[in-house]
Design a protein around this ligand. Structure first.
Ligand SMILES: NC(=O)c1ccc[n+]([C@@H]2O[C@H](COP(=O)([O-])OP(=O)(O)OC[C@H]3O[C@@H](n4cnc5c(N)ncnc54)[C@H](O)[C@@H]3O)[C@@H](O)[C@H]2O)c1
Ligand SMILES: NC(=O)c1ccc[n+]([C@@H]2O[C@H](COP(=O)([O-])OP(=O)(O)OC[C@H]3O[C@@H](n4cnc5c(N)ncnc54)[C@H](O)[C@@H]3O)[C@@H](O)[C@H]2O)c1
Lengths: 192, 192
């Protein structure tokens, strides 16, 4: 949240910001801001405020936003191909280094230099590519078994687009992008 | 939330459910369940529990999930084409009746019987197609001005995929699917 606010401020050419101002933009209070930021270390002096550029860069490091992740795309279908071409992925440090699919008609094709490999070889592909994160764009019924094999092969992060609940080992993390929930929410709000 | 739980229960062949069980599955308490459900009307009798099938159908009606919406897709690019072919859209009552784009090379092409129209004619297209909901898959910089014109033309619901904040009139609703936030969250969790 703070990171996004700081990005906007920097874009508008602001140099310094007080915790009161940060609180107002973030919808909290100054004490909360100082508490949140102190969690990350000591930034500004009371009374002088925080330097926008320094705070942003430090937050970027802490949030891990400047790290880059090697990504395996699992499912070379409609959404997989849209995500592959999505320029913001790279901007956030997510670089697709491998693509897996079960469809023999797709295996062997190349997207912008990355060859689609057979899911059956996922252990080898994860080892060779060093993939740490998997983006799941398979049909729901295939998603859990794909995730199980990938987690065993060492993948630690999962971004799931299939509308189903996935379980991963303790050592891994899964984030879901569920468009269905947004659709139902929109439908509900419009009925209001 | 209850709707999804009831869907799972029905799939597993369960006929009746008590408010205590519903509370456990939903992570709340029985009193909260009875309060939430009473908002929708009087369903079950204390002691006998709720009929899963009846409760689900009633909730479906109230949540407006069985209504169908006429949708205009704004932006015939990578994500637009993936969403157009997404079968779950129809399952949730969202039917694409029109597609708009500014690229002359795309205008006039047809996707599965729907012709891509020039965004400039959006008022006419919204009137002719009766579109009530717009799915925004344009670049961020074009999104707000597209939404302004569509809201004026009578569109009441917006599902926004562009990574930017959109403002709509009081009478309209916007839901955002922001993949960037999920990416940053995943990156942050993996750094943990
Ligand atoms: N298309 C969309 O706009 C959209 C939007 C939101 C969510 N989703 C979800 O994303 C997923 C993919 O949707 P899509 O529209 O791209 O479908 P799609 O049918 O176009 O693509 C799915 C791909 O997954 C492959 N596949 C099947 N089983 C696999 C496995 N075990 N391992 C690896 N690959 C496998 C298929 O061969 C196919 O290429 C679905 O779960 C869908 O519900 C899609
Ligand atoms: N590709 C993805 O997987 C993905 C994922 C998440 C979010 N997004 C977001 O979705 C949006 C679309 O992404 P994309 O990858 O499909 O881009 P794209 O460039 O493939 O498609 C964008 C389309 O919008 C059209 N367009 C431009 N201005 C317009 C306007 N004023 N009115 C109507 N159409 C207009 C363009 O002509 C083009 O056809 C972007 O905001 C992007 O950040 C994309």
């Amino acid at each position: 949240m703070y990171f996004r606010i700081l990005e906007d401020l920097e874009r508008n050419g602001r140099q310094v910001i007080s915790s009161a101002m940060l609180a107002k933009l973030g919808g909290t209070n100054s004490a909360q801001v100082r508490k949140d930021l102190s969690y990350f270390g000591n930034f500004g002096k009371r009374g002088r405020g925080y330097s926008v550029a320094d705070l942003k860069e430090t937050l970027r490091g802490i949030l891990g936003l400047n790290r880059s992740w090697r990504v395996v795309l699992v499912g070379a279908g409609q959404l997989g191909s849209a995500l592959f071409s999505y320029k913001d992925f790279n901007k956030h440090g997510f670089h697709v280094v491998a693509i897996l699919d079960v469809d023999p008609a797709k295996v062997g094709k190349t997207w912008d230099g990355v060859t689609i490999r057979a899911f059956d070889k996922c252990e080898q592909v994860v080892r060779e590519s060093g993939a740490e994160v998997a983006v799941i764009v398979t049909p729901s019924e295939a998603a859990q078994s794909a995730v199980d094999r990938l987690a065993k092969a060492g993948v630690r992060g999962f971004l799931n687009f299939a509308p189903c609940k996935l379980t991963v080992p303790e050592s891994a993390t899964v984030r879901n992008v569920n468009i269905t929930i947004e659709l139902e929410g929109l439908s509900y709000a419009l009925q209001g």
